[in-house]
Design a protein around this ligand. Structure first.
Ligand code: NAD
Length: 298
């Protein structure tokens, strides 16, 4: 079992840190909001008053932060992870951030003599609590081999995607598919309603036919067919529209930098901008976009 410093115990990081404690690791956690450390200490972990305190003596550091600027600051600032971690500490950042920031922090870690992987996750708060996240990992093979057993305490599927930044690249590509497919499924249900076709009938057919996809079979945007989907609880998240918009913007930035055409990704970003910001629905589950689709002029 390892000594682990955990930075960022929010919606995702909190339950992830608790699962590390339950797996027998010695976890010391830090968050800007001390109240968020309580679930970790209740499970048997320790609360730290600073990044340096959480990282001091740790063999492994795991971070789960909102965006690239937070990750750069937590790792690179004076008193941050790179300045505080001892030789040989393995760094694992599981935040969803832009590929460039992930590569920059990883290069700064390498310069400080520390191995690092980017390991963003797929799966929401329920998967974080249930220890069933999917981790997409970028970084050197030796660092991945060290990270894998720790990630197994928090997830079910752990994939080495390639070199530094490859985990973030995989996450951004996956979530661009998700954003586009949720809009596609929502449009299909909105059209079915206008055509007098029953929700359950469309589900029974499309979930077995060529329209089958995760947005249909696991996260259906209308109530009924998939009892666990947020549509059954008035679109309480889940995964918020604001988070989806963040990921579509990351995909847009990455595509622009790489010279890749992503016309549907761009259109999905426009629609989520309208829903999350124009209509102020950022805190609603991203599948709630079906309500806006229904309201658009035909
Ligand atoms: P969150 O806002 O609930 O948690 C982030 C935490 O980081 C907060 O508690 C905040 O106080 C802390 N933090 C910020 N700056 C800090 C600093 N300098 N030092 C210490 N702590 C700091 O967000 P979340 O929902 O847990 O998401 C975290 C990451 O996981 C994001 O990158 C998100 O895109 C990704 N993600 C979220 C979900 C989801 O369903 N919520 C799913 C997959 C991936």
């Amino acid at each position: 079992m390892s000594k682990i410093g955990f930075i960022g115990t929010g919606n995702m990081g909190g339950p992830m840190a608790v699962n590390l404690v339950k797996a027998g690791h010695e976890v010391t956690a830090f968050d800007l909001s001390p109240a968020l450390l309580e679930p970790v200490t209740e499970a048997g972990g320790r609360a730290a008053g600073s990044i340096a305190e959480a990282v001091s003596g740790a063999e492994i550091v795991v971070s789960m932060l909102p965006a690239g600027k937070h990750v750069r600051s937590v790792y690179e600032d004076a008193g941050g992870v790179l300045a505080s971690a001892g030789a040989g500490t393995l760094l694992i950042d599981s935040s969803t951030i832009d590929v460039d920031s992930a590569r920059a922090v990883s290069a700064a870690a390498a310069k400080a003599g520390l191995a690092m992987v980017d390991a963003p996750v797929s799966g929401g708060v329920a998967a974080a609590a249930g220890g069933s996240l999917t981790f997409m990992v970028g970084g050197p093979a030796e660092a991945f081999a060290r990270a894998e057993p720790v990630l197994q305490a928090m997830g079910k599927t752990i994939v080495h995607a390639g070199d530094a930044g490859a985990g973030q690249a995989a996450k951004i590509c996956n979530n661009m598919i998700l954003g586009i497919s949720m809009i596609a499924v929502s449009e299909a249900f909105a059209l079915a309603e206008k055509l007098g076709l029953d929700h359950q009938k469309l589900f029974d057919i499309s979930s077995k036919a060529s329209g089958q996809c995760w947005s249909m079979t696991s996260y259906c945007p209308v109530p009924g067919p998939v009892p666990t989907s947020p549509a059954n609880r008035d679109y309480k998240p889940g995964f918020t529209a604001a988070m989806m918009l963040k990921d579509l913007r990351l995909a847009h930035e990455a595509a622009a930098a790489a010279g890749a055409a992503t016309p549907l990704g761009r259109h999905a970003e426009d629609l989520y901008t309208q829903y999350a910001e124009g209509e102020g629905q950022g805190a609603v589950d991203f599948s709630g976009i079906i309500k806006m689709i229904r309201s658009l002029d035909g």
